[in-house]
Design a protein around this ligand. Structure first.
Ligand SMILES: [Zn+2]
Length: 492
């Protein structure tokens, strides 16, 4: 892998059976931060997302809403795109799997490749199915006759389906994961997957009857009585968005790329760590190089979903606090890979004391001093301790991004903010300005601070892009006072 080899990065494509909630915002913002970081490092990146339209959940949600699945996924799909825009997430591509003309041909091509390898076969199957997971559960996974994740009763199903020969790829998948050729972060999740494989991988169903799918989805090639199963269809989005099996994008950003990263929630880890590599190995395609698994946002310890969605509507939070304050809260105050409780009071405190109080105040102080004393910024004789902190923080941000611990990156950047604020207090530029013999010291002091602020802007750019741009604008062409970066919030 070289610095200039192409890079593929995706956030998962969510079910669109309801409006997006804050959990979706978290994944979008995390993956956007990774994308912006890689772009800023000069990588040729292709960053994608989309919506998983062809799931049975969408069919049921449409029936409940008295509409068609097509109408439902179009309406909610637009909501997910709006959310990405509201959060200033810059995808290179976004695929709606029901309506995008690239998707079905890619799914069919992938199916054919696996079929040619002898990995697709038909058999009768009887099992207990969780619609929440869109997945048959193993005996050992069932708790009190229910799915442990969705805690809903399971459906007993008995039908003839097409199967994928996952068992054949058990050892290659295990080797890819244990060797980190397919890296799984955090490492606890890798251990979880390795342990699961030790229990044996069984073949899985990749189709269902047209009747059960209510005719919604992509037909099995050569078997119109069957619809391609959700996961085979959904996982293929990572290829269809690149124009697979044709097209330069697919060759550039998948087959010949240096990195292929998927950002996903822990609930869909097994599908990405087992099914997806199995399908790719069968089709003779490159495996992902990294699965970055985030935690859930909880409210009083419970996963945020539809029922709690209104309470933590991401659009409301953006309107109230601004996009960067929400991005900051999600990235800095929620653990990247563990579950964290959402607390609006903490978002408010983060806004007031960290963003406005520390970062906004630093910018305002420095610009005011430069303006008042008409200081000409220089690049020599800068404070060594601030340069050292900057270099240490840069290294820490790189480590945090590579280890998918984005909260550590933000903590480190705010250590630089704190160091700069302490430096202002310690070097007391207002006192230097009063003593005629300290003119050079004053210039060097304020130049050191402007230099630190530029570094802060550069480091913040992947995480809080708007704030970074605003800091840069305030320092150019020479530092000047402007409106507060984070104005006071209206009273609650
Ligand atoms: Zn389930």
């Amino acid at each position: 892998m070289t610095l200039h080899s192409p890079f593929f990065l995706s956030s998962a494509i969510p079910y669109v059976n309801a409006e997006p909630h804050l959990g979706h915002a978290l994944e979008l913002v995390q993956s956007d931060a990774l994308a912006r970081y890689q772009r800023a490092s000069g990588r040729d990146l292709y960053f994608t997302s989309g919506t998983d339209d062809n799931s049975l959940k969408n069919v049921r949600a449409a029936a409940l809403a008295g509409t068609t699945p097509g109408e439902l996924v179009a309406r909610h799909g637009a909501g997910f795109r709006r959310l990405a825009q509201a959060l200033q997430v810059e995808h290179d591509d976004f695929i709606h799997t029901a309506s995008d003309a690239r998707h079905a041909p890619a799914v069919h091509a992938l199916w054919q490749r696996c079929a040619e390898r002898g990995d697709v076969y038909k058999k009768s199957y009887r099992g207990l199915y969780c619609v929440g997971c869109e997945h048959f559960l193993r005996e050992s996974e069932i708790v009190d006759d229910r799915c442990p994740v969705h805690r809903e009763p399971l459906e007993a199903l008995d039908e003839e389906n097409w199967f994928f020969r996952l068992s054949r790829y058990e050892q290659p998948i295990l080797r890819a994961i244990t060797s980190d050729q397919l890296q799984i972060l955090p490492v606890e999740r890798k251990h979880e997957v390795v342990q699961f494989i030790a229990g044996g991988l069984t073949d899985f169903s990749i189709s269902r009857s047209v009747a059960r799918a209510k005719g919604w989805g992509i037909s099995v090639p050569g078997d119109p009585s069957q619809i391609i199963y959700v996961w085979f269809d959904a996982l293929a989005n990572y290829l269809s968005v690149l124009g697979y099996p044709h097209g330069d994008s697919y060759r550039r950003y998948w087959q010949r790329s240096g990195e292929r990263w998927h950002v996903i929630g822990k609930d869909i880890l097994r599908f990405h760590a087992l099914y997806w590599p199995g399908i790719l190995l069968s089709a003779g395609l490159a495996l992902p190089t990294s699965l970055r698994v985030h935690g859930f946002i909880t409210s009083d310890g419970k996963k945020i979903g539809k029922s709690l969605g209104n309470a933590v509507d991401p659009f409301r939070l953006v309107a109230r606090y601004g996009v960067d304050a929400l991005r900051y809260y999600l990235l800095a105050h929620l653990h990247t890979s563990k579950d964290s409780d959402f607390r609006e009071a903490l978002l408010r405190t983060a806004y007031t004391s960290e963003l406005a109080g520390k970062l906004g105040n630093l910018l305002q102080r420095v610009c005011a001093l430069v303006e008042r004393h008409d200081v000409r910024i220089v690049t020599t004789g800068l404070d060594a301790s601030l340069s050292e902190v900057t270099a240490r923080v840069e290294a820490e941000v790189a480590r945090a991004v590579s280890e998918f611990a984005l909260h550590d990156a933000l903590t480190a950047i705010f250590e630089l903010v704190a160091a700069a604020n302490r430096y202002v207090d310690r070097s007391a530029p207002w006192a230097l300005a009063r003593s005629p013999g300290q003119a050079v010291a004053l210039v060097q002091c304020l130049s050191s601070l402007v230099h630190a602020l530029r570094a802060i802007a550069r480091l913040l750019a992947p995480f809080l892009p708007g704030t970074a741009r605003e800091i840069e604008a305030r320092l150019s062409p020479r530092p000047h006072v402007g409106a507060p970066l984070f104005p006071s919030l209206p009273r609650e």
